[in-house]
Ligand binder design. Structure first.
Ligand SMILES: Cc1cc2nc3c(=O)[nH]c(=O)nc-3n(C[C@H](O)[C@H](O)[C@H](O)COP(=O)(O)OP(=O)(O)OC[C@H]3O[C@@H](n4cnc5c(N)ncnc54)[C@H](O)[C@@H]3O)c2cc1C
Length: 422
């Protein structure tokens, strides 16, 4: 039986480990934290579930839904779905945030966008990786659309500006929104984001609190002195770069090329009766250089509402997040609350907002910057992936969000099976 080490129990590593173990491999998963899930996990304090990273899922997540059904995890719709965009002191609907001319130009652009490829596998969009999304949309649909929709979308979900994301990624999202409309309706796993990672972990040999220091290849792959036939490195690229001591040229190049946006997820407690049934508010950078968006957790129902209170999760633009990264929690809360009151008309005063919990994410989201889609695609098709029996894995490999990372885990498991038959 072949022994495979998986470094990192995020959703990519766990999925890969599960598929390998089902295929008959002896798999050991190493995880530096005290719990599995990485950027897909939750912390429960006084009965409130705080989803630390990924906050919501949707029906486009077909592979994830499949595992949830298999493990009897309830996949439930959010109680309400309305989106808003903050503009000039108020929250407007997506339709009303731009004027009629911008709307017409956007509609035309949507019609002109061909059926491109799957957003969760950006390698399929590598042919469209020819510039940045902001310039592209500004040219085609004007500044208002670029600022209030494209840049706002990128800031809310990627925490960085749209001039740093490839037009290929934008086209994938735009086409999917148009084609799959209802499938974008938000869902969650009952019990919080932790439910699926926990279900995988129950079926695997996971070593928690083991921060891997060193992976070295020779006749075998050695992980902190322990021998394996192969290894899947499913930690963020910045970490993998440190711990993998002798990568091949292609592996080193792709790790060097990965970039991430930073954010802090800050959970605030607010009276439920002050919160309207609006699920998510995008805050465009032209309106705030600090908060990029916030999520009304009351959409998740009873599990997140207690004693008449609910949580609102705020995410920060990368520049602001970096300035707060090393500050004490109380200072982070104080600065975020001050700005939150300015961009959230649901509250009048800082005294209506309680600090609840926060999580710092130095590597929150990979930047799928112009040129990176092609570069990663070339790497994945070349001799680098699996060189020395080491396989890279994770969302930074053209695999956005939890569903992208999960599918990356599935693909990497397949690559291991082909290269190192059980
Ligand atoms: C604030 C935020 C909001 C988000 N919102 C959404 C959302 O609403 N919907 C959505 O689908 N996606 C969302 N995402 C994106 C999604 O969470 C990620 O794309 C996905 O979870 C990445 O999974 P991964 O397995 O590639 O990486 P990770 O989850 O980062 O997994 C890597 C794992 O490696 C471990 N590790 C690191 N170093 C070592 C070491 N030396 N030894 C052992 N283990 C190590 C880490 O602890 C971690 O568990 C969000 C992300 C953030 C940060």
């Amino acid at each position: 039986m072949k022994r495979i080490a998986v470094i990192g129990a995020g959703i990519a590593g766990l999925t890969c480990a599960y598929e390998l173990s089902e295929a008959g491999y002896e798999v050991v998963v190493f995880e530096s934290r005290a719990q599995v899930g990485g950027r897909m996990s939750s912390r429960t304090t006084n009965e409130f579930i705080f989803d630390l990273g990924a906050d919501h899922l949707c029906n486009l997540y077909e592979e994830m839904k499949g595992y949830c059904a298999k493990f009897h995890i309830e996949w439930e719709p959010m109680r309400f779905l309305r989106y808003g965009v903050f503009r000039e002191g108020e929250i407007r609907s997506m339709q009303d945030v731009i004027g009629p001319l911008s709307k017409a130009r956007l509609a035309l652009q949507q019609v002109l966008t061909r059926n491109v490829g799957d957003f969760f596998n950006l390698s399929e969009l590598a042919n469209h990786d020819s510039g940045d999304a902001y310039s592209f949309m500004r040219r085609r649909a004007g500044k208002e659309v670029a600022d209030y929709l494209v840049d706002a979308f990128t800031s809310t979900y990627q925490f960085h500006r749209a001039d740093e994301i490839s037009v290929g990624a934008l086209m994938g999202v735009m086409k999917s929104i148009q084609r799959d409309q209802k499938k974008w309706d938000l869902h969650r796993t009952k019990g919080g984001m932790q439910a699926l990672p926990n279900a995988f972990a129950e079926r695997l040999d996971v070593r928690l609190n083991h921060h891997v220091q060193e992976v070295v290849t020779g006749t075998h792959v050695t992980v902190d002195g322990e021998l394996f036939n192969g290894a899947v490195l499913a930690s963020p690229a910045t970490v993998t770069k440190q711990l993998y001591k002798n990568p091949s040229t292609e592996q080193r190049e792709i790790l060097d090329a990965a970039r991430y946006a930073t954010t802090i997820s800050v959970a605030l407690k607010i009276d439920r009766e002050n919160l309207p049934d609006t699920a998510i508010v995008w805050v465009p950078f032209v309106e705030s250089e600090k908060i990029s968006g916030y999520v009304n957790e009351a959409m998740k129902g009873e599990e997140v509402i207690h004693d008449g209170k609910s949580l609102v999760c705020t995410w920060l633009h990368e520049g602001f997040a970096k300035t707060l990264m090393n500050q004490p929690d109380k200072d982070v809360f104080s600065q975020v609350k001050q700005e939150f009151v300015r961009v959230c008309p649901w509250v009048n005063d800082v005294s209506e907002v309680e600090s609840f919990d926060l999580e710092r994410w130095p590597e929150a989201m990979p930047k799928f910057y112009p040129g990176s889609l092609k570069r990663v695609n070339t790497y994945l098709d070349g001799p680098g992936q699996g060189a020395q029996n080491v396989f890279l894995c994770g969302d930074y490999l053209n695999s956005p969000w939890t569903e992208g990372a999960l599918r990356c885990g599935q693909r990497v498991a397949q690559q291991v099976i082909e290269k190192l038959p059980a």
